[in-house]
Design a binder for this molecule. Structure first.
Ligand SMILES: Nc1ncnc2c1ncn2[C@@H]1O[C@H](COP(=O)(O)OP(=O)(O)OP(=O)(O)O)[C@@H](O)[C@H]1O
Ligand SMILES: [Mg+2]
Length: 235
């Protein structure tokens, strides 16, 4: 039994289905990566798992519990953090305010400690805590987005293209941080355009094509698979 699983998900946006019996799962402390061509339904699968899409059939379970009827906000309370592909920070708010907003569901008095943990993970955010997030570089803004999601102390962190638009060096750094987060026991479910690099840190990889699971294996095995390499990794 997987810690988080979207199983045989079928659904879309009201018209034709986008997901066709798509299954995505991740374990605690592991990194699962979804790759595939543009329009394959990667973001749609993430939205479905997070409850932003009504499924026609299939199930989403977290720690064995069917969470299919929960709203996204209820899923956050259940332990899920989500960083969407776009619009994932409040640009006019400072870094610190963004992180505070991330803690919106919490009513305990340890929010400060979590923020310090986020600053320890991303030191540049501590430096820029009073700056509007919109003034940060793309890579720094992605750190704000990830940090904001961590503020709820999630058990599962879902990231839709966390390295979009950043340089290779910044991408490597961000992947190192994501590995660090996974080592704390959090399950990471991530969509990535930088397929090779992402699969290199993935315990499990999914290649989605037209809303279907095309290949599922360890990251290592997918990287070594000639057909995957030829069709999805540029040879
Ligand atoms: N809000 C929406 N309403 C209607 N159709 C949508 C919506 N969002 C996405 N789609 C359609 O669903 C399909 C899958 O899109 P999705 O964004 O899930 O792909 P993706 O794999 O994340 O692509 P990318 O790599 O470009 O981010 C596409 O055909 C897209 O046009
Ligand atoms: Mg997408």
């Amino acid at each position: 039994m997987s810690y988080l699983i979207g199983e045989n998900m079928v659904g879309g946006y009201g018209g034709a289905d986008i997901l066709h019996a798509c299954t995505i799962a991740v374990e605690k402390g592991e990194i699962a990566v979804i790759v595939g061509p543009n329009g394959a339904g990667k973001s749609t699968a993430m939205k479905a798992v997070f409850g932003m899409l009504n499924l026609r059939s299939g199930a989403v379970r977290l720690d064995g519990r069917d969470i299919g009827a929960l709203s996204p906000q209820e899923r956050v309370r259940a332990g899920m953090g989500f960083v969407p592909q776009t619009g994932n920070v409040f640009r006019s708010l400072t870094v610190e305010e963004n992180l505070e907003m991330g803690a919106f569901i919490r009513d305990d008095d340890e929010v400060r400690e979590t923020m310090d943990q986020v600053f320890a993970l991303f030191p540049v955010l501590a430096e820029k805590r009073r700056q509007p997030a919109g003034e940060l570089s793309g890579g720094q803004r992605q750190q704000v987005a990830v940090g904001r999601a961590l503020m709820t102390r999630p058990k599962v962190l879902m990231l839709d293209e966390p390295t979009a638009g950043v340089s290779p060096i910044v991408m490597d750094e961000l992947f190192d941080k994501i590995v660090e987060v996974a080592r704390t026991g959090i399950a990471i479910l991530m969509v990535e355009q930088n397929a090779r690099q992402a699969l290199a840190i993935a315990d499990r990889g999914y290649v989605l094509v037209q809303g279907r699971n095309r290949f599922t294996d360890t990251g290592e095995a997918l990287l070594a698979n000639p057909e995957v390499r030829r069709s999805f990794l540029g040879g």
